[in-house]
Design a protein around this ligand. Structure first.
Ligand code: NCD
Length: 310
């Protein structure tokens, strides 16, 4: 594999990433996708590189996906979960991280409930930082794997119509998707109840819709997002039943469209809320491809940043 470098030492978000970086990550992920489908799935690219996965917030897919990507690249990996650590004994974030770094860690993958934590760390510690989700702010590797999966299905995303549906206000996936897809030339519409669409969204150059059926009729891809109940400190809609009535996607809706539509979801899915099981498991859905691509895209990010060490 030829080594080409990214314009940055950290992946903190998509907002300030260059389009050329995104293209480099995709081209590298393409090659890793081929590697992870071989009988021998491991390459020695990050041998002698030590990576710490620091998860201060729950995660299934993202954590497993990063761990698998690191192992496929032969990195040495240490894992840390806030729920079972000394953070509960009052240690500061910087102390926790500095202790981990004195164990000679080269790269840190961090998920944290507070926006900006990966950016703060990148200014205070030596290691290369990858943001695995910072509160409601950004989730760059999810946006990269989403765009990569869309491209795999639809080809060049220039002029393609992508809808982000659901809880836009609390979703870091929405914000990172918007930054990424705009750089790749797609048209974007956000759709959800007015209370879950932030006022600033206008300034990002996206269309806004409150009507699910018209959004589904418009788009080539519907990326459906979870209602982030754990981040909602007030009632943003009267009841889940009402949310489902207006914004839940079911198969009959898609069949009535009379045109192809691709359904995506970053997971975890609340089956029966944002979409029904028959939609999640239908031929429209590329949800499991997203998971497979996630490993290849994360391998690409780790590899490209890893080759820039020292
Ligand atoms: C997303 C996340 O954590 O932001 N999930 C994920 O990374 N697989 C979306 C979500 O939690 O709804």
């Amino acid at each position: 594999m030829t080594i080409s470098q990214l314009s940055t030492n950290h992946l903190l978000g998509i907002e300030h990433l260059q389009k050329a970086d995104i293209e480099k990550i995709f081209a590298t992920a393409e090659q890793f996708l081929e590697v992870i489908n071989r009988p021998i799935k491991k390459v020695p690219s990050l041998r002698d590189v030590t990576i710490a996965n620091l998860f201060f917030e729950n995660s299934t897919r993202t954590k497993l996906s990063f761990q698998l990507a690191e192992k496929r690249l032969s990195a040495d990996v240490i894992n840390f979960s806030a729920s079972s650590s000394s953070v509960n004994k009052g240690e500061t974030l910087l102390d926790t991280v500095n202790n981990i770094l004195s164990m000679k860690v080269d790269m840190v993958v961090i998920r944290h409930p507070s926006p900006g934590v990966p950016h703060y760390l990148s200014k205070h510690i030596q290691a290369h930082i990858i943001n695995a989700g910072d509160g409601t702010h950004e989730h760059p590797t999810q946006a990269l794997l989403d765009a990569f999966s869309m491209r795999q299905t639809l080809g060049d995303l220039r002029g393609k119509k992508i809808a982000l549906i659901g809880d836009i206000l609390h979703s870091r996936v929405a914000l990172s998707n918007i930054f990424c897809l705009k750089k790749l030339g797609a048209h974007i519409e956000v759709c959800g109840p007015p209370t879950l669409i932030p006022k600033y969204i206008d300034s990002l150059g996206v269309r806004i819709s409150y009507d699910l059926r018209s959004t589904l009729a418009w788009c080539d891809v519907a990326n459906v997002l979870r209602i982030q109940l754990e981040r909602q400190d007030q009632r943003f809609f009267p009841s889940l039943r009402e949310y489902i009535r207006y914004y839940g996607i079911h198969l009959e809706m898609l069949n009535q469209l009379d045109k192809p539509i691709v359904i995506m979801h970053p997971g975890p899915i609340n089956r029966g809320i944002e979409l029904t099981s028959d939609v999640a498991d239908s031929s429209h859905s590329i949800i499991l491809d997203q998971v497979q691509n996630g490993v290849a895209v994360r391998m690409a990010v780790l590899y490209l940043l890893g080759t820039q060490l020292h």
